[in-house]
Write a protein that binds this ligand. Structure first.
Ligand SMILES: Nc1ncnc2c1ncn2[C@@H]1O[C@H](COP(=O)(O)OP(=O)(O)OP(=O)(O)O)[C@@H](O)[C@H]1O
Ligand code: SF4
Ligand SMILES: [Mg+2]
Length: 353
């Protein structure tokens, strides 16, 4: 069984850079992403389409397309082992058993011609060297755990015999059956209706309690984040631009992009009067990313410095948990802003004769 929540770092991604070579040039898909996953916690990675969430996840698994993708620099440490230097043979030992992933295109990851039982048993027979009958017992246990009725019958069925929600449960069962330390779930609820989504989120919570797995959940949906995660990384144009606890991010965001994401989220607490706003503009071209802050062209607060210099990722707020990469949090930029504000105020002050 994996360890329960201890707060100790289990996975440390530092300054990760990943690029793809294409006919049009090099796409800089991940441009210096850094974050930590602690033992037993659920970390969410959120951001718009194309921000580099899936490429980051696939880099951790070392499942990037071999002919076009390259991790150009950075470090991915799992239990203090550097995965960047791991050979494919070393990765095969931990992939599926210690590190496992539910892919964004999950349905294509399952084999429609092989029954569910075989697909569940395949990984554990290989990694745990179990006999066929022990693997079968474990597969039945797992299907029971994820709330499937008649598991003995279900084992013999094929993908087309399951509903969308049930297929997603099977995907989760396949990912979790080997008692992994880390489960990465890439958009696991996107295609599902709201009721099924809630059931799948409950299933992740239950799995975390039962097997103590640490989870990285990748999503566009801030509702999913609020429901499931303890900490959040906000990703934009290949970087983590803000990270903190769910409370930090939802109630005290320190990056204008995070504020934009929150403003575009439907409110459950029912302030129906406030309209939803999507963030104007589009993300930058990752073939030629801008020199300064990648959000500058869309940011309502952009200053001169933003266009020329990348903002440093600094601690914001009183706790060690909250970081943001925005010049607005830098004392030097703040003092320039204060000067501007004061001179503006002076201009507006009535002249007393
Ligand atoms: N195989 C590939 N070849 C070339 N570019 C790619 C490839 N895979 C991803 N990219 C590019 O890398 C960037 C990041 O893609 P990624 O799939 O990680 O985004 P994402 O944040 O997961 O988006 P979504 O929310 O739509 O899933 C995008 O600009 C994408 O076009
Ligand atoms: S650094 Fe500047 S452009 Fe970037 S988010 Fe902050 S204020 Fe906006
Ligand atoms: Mg993706």
């Amino acid at each position: 069984m994996s360890a329960r929540y201890t707060g100790e770092p289990l996975l440390e991604v530092s300054d990760l850079h990943v690029s793809f070579s294409t006919y049009g040039g090099h796409v800089q898909a991940v441009r210096g992403a850094s974050f930590t996953l602690n033992q037993g916690e659920t970390l969410a990675i959120v951001g718009e389409s194309g921000s580099g969430k899936s490429v980051t996840a696939r880099s951790i698994m070392k499942l990037l397309p071999k002919d076009t993708a390259k991790i150009t620099s950075g470090s991915i440490k799992y239990k203090n082992q550097e995965l960047i230097h791991h050979s494919e043979k070393q990765m095969r030992k931990i992939r599926g058993s210690e590190l496992t992933m539910i892919f964004q295109d999950a349905m294509t990851a399952l084999n429609p011609t092989i029954n569910i039982g075989e697909q569940l048993m395949e990984g554990i027979r290989h990694h745990q060297k179990l006999s066929r009958s022990d693997a079968r017992k474990k597969a039945i246990q797992m299907l029971k755990l994820i709330g499937m009725k008649d598991p003995e019958v279900r084992l013999k069925q094929h993908l087309h015999e399951f509903s969308g929600g049930m297929r997603q449960r099977v995907m989760i069962a396949i990912a979790a059956i080997g008692n992994p330390s880390i489960l990465i779930a890439d958009e696991p609820t996107t295609a599902l209706d709201v009721t099924i989504q809630a059931q799948i989120l409950d299933l992740f919570k239950m799995l975390q309690q039962e097997i103590g797995v640490s989870i990285i959940i990748i999503t566009h949906d801030l509702g999913v984040v609020a429901n499931l995660a303890k900490r959040v990384c906000v990703m934009y144009a290949g970087k983590i631009v803000e990270s903190g606890t769910v409370r930090d991010i939802f109630y005290d965001p320190k990056h204008p992009y995070t504020e934009g994401l929150l403003a575009s989220m439907p409110r459950i607490d029912g302030d129906k009067g406030s309209p939803l706003t999507s963030i104007p503009g589009t993300p930058p071209d990752l073939f030629a990313p801008p020199e300064g802050c990648a959000f500058a062209v869309r940011c309502p607060h952009a200053m001169e410095v933003c266009r020329s210099y990348e903002p440093p990722n600094v601690q914001v707020g009183g706790f060690d948990s909250h970081y943001a990469a925005c010049w607005l949090n830098d004392e030097r930029a703040k003092s320039v802003l204060r000067q501007k504000e004061n001179s503006h105020r002076k201009e507006l002050e009535p002249v007393v004769m």
